[in-house]
Design a protein around this ligand. Structure first.
Ligand SMILES: O=C(O)CCC(=O)C(=O)O
Ligand SMILES: [Fe+2]
Length: 361
């Protein structure tokens, strides 16, 4: 899936890649110059063709109108579920999550989901890192564990990347850098957090689930939510089994290239995908990268289900909006207005989190 972006000469020419480039964040080249006092400006982008399920929901609620090609699923659910007539298996549930739910899952995504045994993108380089969010809050620094001469350090030396620890910045002043590890600040590591995996762990190098890796079950509350949200895409009498989840963290300029999620056994089961934080553009392509993708906005609280045929379609996220007009997170910001929540607020103002939950077997 990730890493399968395959950006080479051929993929540069596909319809999917072209649309990615259309929406991707670029800065106007002349405004980047150091001598220029002006703040660099994002290149303006034409959003007129982006499907907007928020306004679709609003006009549907007002007068029952829907644009051509979009229908409301005939299914008893507490929110309208929309489908695309020419894309069976794709479902969009706008504003599916309450503000409280959004806040809860943002906090969990930052505090508990990156905790070992869950892996993150930092694992390959640093090994298991505990308490990243709190360390970032208190501006700590990751250093290599001191090896005390004379003590039995065989374990620490053995697992050479499990011997990091957090240090305060005062402590860092007296830290003797006796090895080639450059101390790295927790806020930087938090900013560079790109994914964490819950439940069964995915091995990116082998592009498969590795059931032998230590893991915790997906937390019950998230399992319950995923089961409820998956229901419109499930066959009658069947219940979704949430076994693994990938949490994606996006900052300004980050994107997720076009890909398929093809490592799960039964594609008739949906992937339940929740959006949190800044608004994004999602591209839903066809079975080939040469098919022109549809663009749609994803806002905090929206849920997308991809099951059956829809799972054979390339998709990706070329853009997140972190500017005040486009991010659309004012009400979310209000939820985090408590002084204790300042660090969540700071993070989410310029970030998007996506939690996508899968049945693996
Ligand atoms: O961020 C999103 O909305 C999509 C994520 C996704 O497609 C994935 O993780 O496979
Ligand atoms: Fe995906």
């Amino acid at each position: 899936m990730y890493g399968s972006d395959g950006i080479n000469d051929d993929s540069e020419r596909t319809a999917f890649r072209k649309t990615e480039k259309k929406y991707k964040l670029y800065y106007d080249s002349n405004s980047k110059s150091k001598s220029s006092k002006k703040k660099k400006q994002p290149r303006p982008v034409d959003l007129s063709e982006v499907i907007d399920f928020k306004s679709i929901l609003e006009s549907f609620a007002r007068n029952g109108d829907l644009p051509a090609g979009i229908s409301k699923l005939q299914y008893q659910f507490d929110k309208p579920v929309f489908c695309l007539d020419n894309c069976p298996g794709f479902y969009f549930i706008p504003a599916a999550l309450s503000m409280e739910e959004q806040c809860r899952w943002i906090k969990e995504s930052l505090v508990s989901f990156p905790q070992p045994p869950n892996r993150t993108n930092h694992h390959a380089f640093y090994g298991a890192i505990h308490n990243l969010f709190n360390a970032a809050k208190s501006k700590q620094v990751l250093v290599k564990e001191d090896i005390t001469p004379g003590e039995d350090n065989s374990n620490a030396l053995d697992v050479n990347y499990h011997n990091h620890r957090w240090a305060s910045s005062e402590e860092l002043d007296s830290y003797v850098n006796g090895n080639d590890f450059k101390p790295i600040s927790a806020p930087v590591l938090l900013r560079k957090l790109r994914w964490s995996t819950l439940g069964l762990q995915f091995d990116w190098s082998k592009r498969s689930y590795n059931v032998s890796l230590p893991h915790n079950k997906i937390p019950d509350a998230l399992r319950k939510l995923a089961k409820k949200m998956a229901a419109p895409a499930m066959a009658v009498g069947e219940e979704f089994q949430p076994e693994a989840a990938i949490v994606n963290y996006f900052g300004s300029g980050d994107m997720l290239g076009g890909h398929l999620d093809d490592m799960e056994a039964d594609w008739s089961k949906p992937i339940v995908s929740m959006s949190l934080g800044c608004k994004a553009i999602f591209l839903l392509g066809g079975k080939s990268r040469n098919d022109e993708p549809l663009a749609m906005f994803l806002r905090s609280g929206d849920i997308v289900l991809m099951s059956g045929e829809a799972r054979e379609r390339f998709h990706g996220v070329p853009r997140i909006f972190t500017d005040v007009e486009n991010a659309e997170i004012v009400s979310l910001e209000k939820q985090f207005s408590n002084e204790d929540d300042i660090d969540y607020l700071e993070y989410i103002r310029t970030s998007r989190i996506n939690i996508n939950i899968r049945q693996v077997f």
